[in-house]
Design a protein around this ligand. Structure first.
Ligand code: CUA
Length: 341
């Protein structure tokens, strides 16, 4: 494991970790400075203005507007500098870049299950290349966990029934701690793992050396068939009695209640588990619920398949196994339905 030269400070190994440290040291520095300033001035005044005789009556003091303005404005400016700096960094951390590679994370008591978009699975280990932006799409099977990598200064809750994301770009090859940072039951403290950052060429070797299981998108396509989604959404997601799914992900959807919504992970999941919640304009409430019939991992696979149905992109990269319909190339030109703009 990598360590840092400052005691108690974890190694710094992502593009954002140095920025987080800079802000942290700034806030700590300002705090230490004012603690010292105030306590020293306090000690000095306590001694200088101590009561010298039991009959002493202090001189009355008239307030000073100048002084009061000064000690209001200076702290205000300092506090706002922390806010502005912090907010700017927060937005950088919580807005994953568009071109980031997606990796799926499922937390369960008590392990981290990870799957690369090429199909490789890992447990309690995550191999990533240096210098590439990685976006984690995370959910949990049972209770709240928290994916925490101190060396990358990143930490986010992983919740059942929801998707949270965080992203990073590792800067230094090495092995780093992964912790669960939310008490999740008896073996919470054992829910740990490693992030292994490799040179891109080494990583490509690792990737090719690990037999890729089916990519999540291909597995999702099979589920799409076996769960009977095809009968309404079309064999290739081109739509029919149900809305078309081609090009759906990330696009605006018009709902029967007049609202518009962006088709993100949360929306897709809700539409599978509780289809009546947000009906697409022009479609009736005919879809049954799949709550309890698909595991969180299967949901991720279906989501991956739906994401792969982009109008311009290629469908799933791995070859679909025999018996599965050909990749939905023709579907890209399917007749527009009301949920496409
Ligand atoms: Cu999972 Cu604590």
């Amino acid at each position: 494991m990598q360590t840092s030269w400052i005691p108690f400070v974890p190694p710094s190994a992502s593009t954002l970790s140095g920025k987080v440290d800079a802000l942290y040291f700034y806030v700590s520095g300002v705090t230490v400075f004012f603690v010292l300033l105030i306590s020293l001035v306090l000690a000095f005044f306590v001694i200088k203005y101590r009561r010298r005789s039991p009959y002493e009556i202090p001189r009355p003091i008239a307030g000073s507007h100048k002084l009061e303005t000064l000690w209001s404005v200076i702290p205000f400016v300092i506090a706002m500098s922390m806010f502005a700096w912090g907010a700017q960094l927060y937005f950088q951390m919580y807005r994953p870049p568009q071109n980031a590679a997606e990796i799926y994370v499922v937390g369960k008591q008590w392990m981290w299950k990870i799957q690369h978009s090429t199909g490789q699975r890992e447990i309690n280990e995550l191999h990533v290349p240096v210098g590439r932006k990685i976006k984690l799409i995370m959910t949990a099977e049972d209770t709240i966990h928290d994916f925490f990598v101190p060396a990358f200064r990143m930490k986010a809750d992983v919740l059942p029934g929801r998707y949270t994301t965080q992203w990073f770009e590792a800067t230094t090859p090495g092995t780093y701690h992964l912790f669960c940072a939310e008490y999740c039951g008896m073996n919470h403290s054992g829910m740990i793992g490693s992030i292994i950052v490799m040179q891109p060429s080494e990583f490509d070797n690792w990737l090719s050396g690990n037999a890729a299981q089916q990519s999540p998108a291909v597995a999702g396509q099979q589920l799409f068939q076996s769960l009977g989604c095809v009968s309404c959404h079309g064999a290739n997601g081109e739509g029919g009695r149900g809305p078309a799914l081609v090009g759906l992900f990330g696009r605006k959807v018009f709902l029967t209640n007049g609202q518009t919504i962006i088709a993100d992970e949360a929306y897709v999941r809700e539409s599978i588990e509780n289809p009546q919640a947000k009906l697409v304009s022009g479609f009736g409430p005919i879809m049954p619920t799949f709550q309890g019939q698909v595991t969180p991992e299967q949901l991720i696979q279906i989501m991956s398949f739906i994401k792969s149905l982009q109008v311009t992109n290629q469908p799933p990269t791995s070859t679909p196994p025999a018996g599965v319909a050909a990749p939905p190339v023709a579907a890209a030109t399917a007749t527009p339905s009301p949920n496409r703009q």
